[in-house]
Write a protein that binds this ligand. Sequence first.
Ligand code: ADP
Length: 665
Amino acid sequence: MNISQAQPYLQKYFGYETFRNGQQQIVESVLAGNDTFGILPTGGGKSICYQIPAMLLDGITVVVSPLISLMKDQVDSLRQIGIPATYINSSLSAMELRERISEIHNHTYKIIYVAPERLETEYFLSLFRQLPVALLAIDEAHCISTWGHDFRPSYQLIPRAIRALPNKPIILALTATATKQVQDDILALLHIPAKNTYRTTFRRDNLHFVVQKNVNKKDFLVQYLRTHPTASGIIYAGTRKDVDMLQQFLLKQKFKVGKYHAGMNEEERNSSQEAFSYDRTPIIVATNAFGMGIDKSNVRFVIHYNLPKNIEAYYQEAGRAGRDGENSNCILLYEPSDIYLQKYFIEQSNPDRQALDNKKLQAMIQYCKTKQCRSTTIVQYFGEADTEHCQMCDNCDPDKDKNTVDITTEAQMIFSCMRRVNEKVGLSFLTKILRGSKSKKIIDFRYDRLSTYGLMKEQSEKRVMQICKSLVDEGYIRLEPLQEGLYPVAKLDVSAVAVLKGQEKVEIDLAEEPVPATDIPFEDNPIFEELRQLRRKIAEEENVPPYVICNDATLREMTTLVPQDESAMLRIKGWGESRQQRFGQAFLELLQQHKPKSTSPLAEIQKTHPKAYKPWTKEEEEQLRSLFDNGQSVTEIAQTLGRQTGGIRSRLEKLGLITIANDTK
Ligand code: ADP
């Protein structure tokens, strides 16, 4: 069997004309009967890698997938486009289970999703042995490795389950984890030959990476959420307590926001996740317990309220934004004191891993501090040799120095105040002294008699605090925890001496207002809004999340091309015959009320927001192919198409015309 037989299925069911790079090789390898390992970034299109072979192979495809809530969405999505699929997990009653099993025996389904824990039960294993399993797909395969951050013991039962089958199925392991150690583990444990590994670049060209340093985080959130009122997003916080606190805070500010952490019971967690998926509460505050395999494609932003533990975890969490390929923001709110929380977690963890975890944390801190392109920093961390700048992150912004200010005088005031209190107070108390607070504690300690008392009273508390935090960030101040539970005390680093003596200047980035770096007003488009409403109505009728009907990228292309008949609809990426048959009429009726425009709404957005990522239309991709085939260089093509060279390179890679990623074979 070969790839040309798979093409019509891709078009009919998924509405895509071509496989992406990586997808094509993986599907080809599986169809040739090889055990295969696919490493694609989040949003890279891993599901299609087993869903298409499932339709072509004789027999059933079993997919091991780690999250019960996700299974339902995946099965719903497949059913919407006419692919017979079901799932088996602990959410089913005994009767439902019996019914499903009898349907499975009657060959009703081509794809069956199972939770790894099923492999622990003899009952399931005996059912498994009786099935004609042609392909066993292992989603989120990194869960098999104890080195992975999502290790799930039940995943280690997979090899035993495979051995128990009368005929060995084709094995396909899929992951978005880029660490070599985990990849090697997956290959070894599942006995997949290393030569059958396929990996693409980890660069995600629709993600805008930003690190906001030392801002007032709550103010930032409120401002960001107010300026993006229709966007759906995830806010990751470091601890359960922070999640509870932030959700309460945002609810008081009248935002529709849910929460998710491991301290909630299963029912509460499921209902929070569902409300988020269905866009009923478009924002969710969560710990890192949330989101493995979260399938919601229209997540427009991921904000990290605290520093994550390493770049792998950060990229996986941030990468949950923009799976549909639309512009999305990944913002990390960094302040040096967050490092302590991560160090504390490391100290509590397995001593054998502490050195490695510390090294990874350092790389994460370095990511926050770097002046280099953030996307490039990330992909280089994952071993890619790519040096192309993304032109979209805060560091690629040509105006990035506009917030640089000289704070030498303020630094001198702060340092001398620290000396006068014998370096015995924390930053917030120090700020109070500098601003001349009349609090009882200050009077009791007689700090109001210091020469530095009230020296910065003209400046707001927030600003003094922001300057102090920046000085920590620059290494002039160290925060030293005395004992657990007490605030860290601010100590002077030797480097502060030169500043105090006037021998060194201090310049830092100090934004007056926490302005969201990439404010892209997509949702202002009236047709897009109408299409979204229609999608939501259909989703409610079908009892599925809206993105299961179709993703935002597909709606976006409809607003751009405003198709007026069936054949134009079928040219929309991600639509396809199945969707056309089911929902085409309703969407066409809406679109026919609008005239196709001479200039697209996207082109208008590009005029005011030149940094916005411009999704690729089919026509433009064809033009790209032909320019490339005619021997034009990347720079020439970029000029002709009015795009950045980085964008051209990564699209050429997606189309399989060039290779960027390091070969791990
Ligand atoms: P992953 O599991 O790798 O995170 P998904 O399978 O959820 O990614 O796919 C991410 C998005 O990419 C989905 O919206 C999907 O419809 C889209 N997609 C998948 N394959 C293609 C393709 N060949 N062309 C265009 N879009 C695709």
